[in-house]
Design a protein around this ligand. Structure first.
Ligand code: F6R
Length: 221
């Protein structure tokens, strides 16, 4: 995975990388911090941000990215949705413009136990653009581990839509642990359905998936 990133970055063909937060990419970001590939010409766009958290809040995704990557590796520019935007529709339109101006060459994804990608929860349209979304109970419970209590987890987020994710030239999805096994099985072996947002990736021509044994444990093919 890390070698793939290094060789893709060194190819010089990548101008914009799409990034994810959460536990899954932590080792990958550690590798990038240590390997220090030349990212000075690369722009980053993140998948999502919690509604209501300022960029400098220690649970915001902006803070997460600075903490785990941006403070240590120089990039050209960073974009994330603004959790404090006053006008949600304008913020979604702004982020769609960011994505139109910075087409994603290489998109990193994790996956939710319910099959969400970004914060596109079950039922999300495969054509969706940036949206303000309601997080499901399952996602709130999963993300509560980062907060003092579940009540503190923001219930809404801005998220790139599935349509925007599918516009990426290349997608690299990581999943670790048995709590991801059912979602991974559905993503790879199940029918395409909005009920499992990650099944939208079946339609994408360039997806690479890295799994540990536990996440792959329900695969039969
Ligand atoms: C994060 C994101 C989410 C996570 C997913 C898995 O930016 O978009 O889709 O990738 O919730 O989270 P972890 O890695 O914490 O299991």
């Amino acid at each position: 995975m890390s070698e793939l990133f290094a060789s893709d970055i060194n190819s010089g063909n990548i101008k914009t990388v799409g990034l994810a937060t959460g536990s899954t990419p932590l080792d990958f970001y550690k590798y990038v911090r240590e390997a220090q590939p030349d990212c000075k010409a690369i722009t980053t766009v993140n998948l999502d941000e919690y509604v209501g958290l300022a960029a400098d809040h220690d649970q915001s995704y902006s803070y997460f990215m600075h903490e785990h990557l941006f403070n240590d590796v120089a990039f050209a520019k960073h974009f994330l949705p603004d959790g404090l935007a006053k006008d949600s529709a304008a913020e979604c339109a702004r982020y769609d413009e960011v994505l139109a101006e910075n087409p994603i060459d290489w998109q990193l994804l994790g996956i939710g136990g319910n099959g969400h990608i970004g914060f596109n929860e079950p039922g999300a349209s495969f054509e969706g653009t940036t949206q303000r979304v309601q997080l499901t109970e399952e996602t709130l419970a999963a993300n509560a581990r980062f907060f003092d209590s579940i009540e503190e987890v923001p219930t809404e987020a801005y998220s790139m839509g599935i349509g925007s994710i599918l516009n990426s030239k290349k997608i690299v999805l990581l999943a670790f642990g048995e709590e991801k096994a059912a979602a991974i099985k559905a993503m790879i072996e199940g029918p395409m359905t909005n009920e499992v947002p990650a099944t939208a990736l079946q339609n994408h021509p360039n997806v690479t998936v890295f799994l540990d044994e536990a996440a792959a444990s329900l695969l039969t093919k």
